[in-house]
Design a protein around this ligand. Sequence first.
Ligand SMILES: *[C@@H]1O[C@H](CO)[C@@H](O)[C@H](O)[C@H]1NC(C)=O
Ligand SMILES: *[C@@H]1O[C@H](CO)[C@@H](O)[C@H](O)[C@H]1NC(C)=O
Ligand SMILES: *[C@@H]1O[C@H](CO)[C@@H](O)[C@H](O)[C@H]1NC(C)=O
Ligand SMILES: *[C@@H]1O[C@H](CO)[C@@H](O)[C@H](O)[C@H]1NC(C)=O
Ligand SMILES: *[C@@H]1O[C@H](CO)[C@@H](O)[C@H](O)[C@H]1NC(C)=O
Length: 557
Amino acid sequence: MLRNHSLFLCFFFVVSASVLRSDHVLKLDPLVTKEERRTVALTDSGQISAIDVNDGYRGPYHIQFITMEPNSLFLPVLLQADMVFYVHTGRGMLEWVDDKDMNRLDLQPGDVYRLESGSVFYVHSHANPTREKLRIDAFFTNRNNESSQETYFGAYSTLSDLVLGFDKRVLQMAFKVSSELIEEIMGTTKPTSIIRMPSRNETDHPDWRAGIIEAVTGGGTSPGIYSRKKGTKAFNILRRKPDFENCNGWSVAVNGKDFRSLKGSDIGVFMVNLTKGSMMAPHWNPRATEVAIVTHGQGMVRIVCSSDSPNCQNSRFRVKEGDVFVIPRFHPMAQISFNNDSLVFMGFSTMARNNRPQFFVGKRSVFQAIDVEILAMSFNVNNATVRQFIDSQQESLILECASCAEEEEKKMEEEDRKKRQEEEEEKRDEEAKRREEEEREARKREEEQKQRQEEEARREEEEAKRQEKERQERQKREEEEAKRKEEEEKQRQEEEARREEEEEAKRQEEEKEEKERQERQKREEEEEEEEARRRKEEERGGGGGGEGRALKKIWKI
Ligand SMILES: *[C@@H]1O[C@H](CO)[C@@H](O)[C@H](O)[C@H]1NC(C)=O
Ligand SMILES: *[C@@H]1O[C@H](CO)[C@@H](O)[C@H](O)[C@H]1NC(C)=O
Ligand SMILES: *[C@@H]1O[C@H](CO)[C@@H](O)[C@H](O)[C@H]1NC(C)=O
Ligand SMILES: *[C@@H]1O[C@H](CO)[C@@H](O)[C@H](O)[C@H]1NC(C)=O
Ligand SMILES: *[C@@H]1O[C@H](CO)[C@@H](O)[C@H](O)[C@H]1NC(C)=O
């Protein structure tokens, strides 16, 4: 029950790990040219350049190319990953401390060795009459085996980085030295990683670095817990008898089984020399990823993609000295040399322990192990054809292949041309699409503009109409007002006229009345006069009475 439970847990972790990994699928880029290396350090005494590669499964794998002038010192560093290196040219000495020993190793071309992470090492290049540089190609990885989950945090760190990160006080207490000494150490500029080797007389006035080196490496006056320097021998891949050799070339591969230094790591080292016009027969690695560095010549590499992953593409490329190419597992490959020169490459393979390269042809071919009938069905041909197909080649591994590289190159150039053409076409298409899009956009903008203008015009028109209507209304109102006023005026005038008429009439009436009154008055006066006259007549004697009566008669009429 408990066992089932842990099995389940295990399964769960594996599943979640693979889910995590698929989240950021590594894109395989099988070729990194010498020109693509980046410079890590460059001094008068040497140079370090580096690249990172991945195989689409794991990685990154870090590779450094260390070049040291004769009589230089690669200052001590603490390794943070396992380092497997190959000495390309030159001679020198490697000294390192692992967890128990102080070790020393003479270096010469072809040497292969592995230092485990956690070691502190430094390298001294010998002065030599030919002034040949010491060149070391180093491969760094923390993924020693399939179950290893360590992540890569960088290749190494320098001693000054390690030590001087602490505060003065801490260092003073730790090293039990004066603050002046600590200040002197902290005050100097950080050394470059490769320096000229100080000569012996200079050590009369010892460089502080020497002190640190000795302190860290357990040298100096007291040996500390470390055993005294122990000489070790490297494995020399150039001196080893090839695993396979014929007139077309040779190949050699070593792993932890063959060489003690590689034990405990799953990294293997291989080297192949293809003479002019030869080919490493098509093969694949069931477990290992190969990271190869071309050490001499030029050639063509063909990688076939076996799965239908979008990350995986058949590729064919040209390699030259200093280039690095990566071949992931399961990818059938063939390396081919040109007719005019040999192609030599060495490399590192991961998961090398149980890797057995599978070749297509020759006696060791996997096809030899499979029933002819089944093979015939696989290729959909008859027995005879398939027998002929697999039995004709007597050689294996390294084959003659005159002008194959040249043809591959032609094909590659053709492909490149086609690809460039396609890219150009694509670019043109994109350009056209972009233009079309732009035009559409412009048209749309124009239409919008037009619409806006129309809208504007319509609004203006409406506004004008509205204003016109308003004007008309105002005019009408004004006219009406005027009419009204006119009418009022007329009315007023009529009124006036009427009033005047009335007044006239009144006046006339009054005049009439006045006249009447005057007449009446006149009459009354006349009457009074008459009366008076009558009275006077009466006073004069009655004769007048008759006249008075007669007048009364007239008046009455
Ligand atoms: C894989 O590597 C880890 C640490 O690097 C080690 O502990 C483990 O034993 C290794 N496994 C195998 C099968 O070698
Ligand atoms: C080292 O010492 C020798 C003699 O003791 C002297 O001839 C030589 O010039 C010195 N070298 C340097 C670099 O000081
Ligand atoms: C590779 O093979 C060629 C031809 O046999 C030879 O001249 C050359 O020295 C070899 N290179 C190495 C590095 O062994
Ligand atoms: C060998 O031939 C190839 C292809 O023809 C050519 O590119 C290359 O420069 C030649 N190498 C030498 C050393 O002549
Ligand atoms: C192929 O060979 C097998 C025996 O090896 C035979 O039984 C079979 O009939 C052959 N098939 C053809 C198509 O010849």
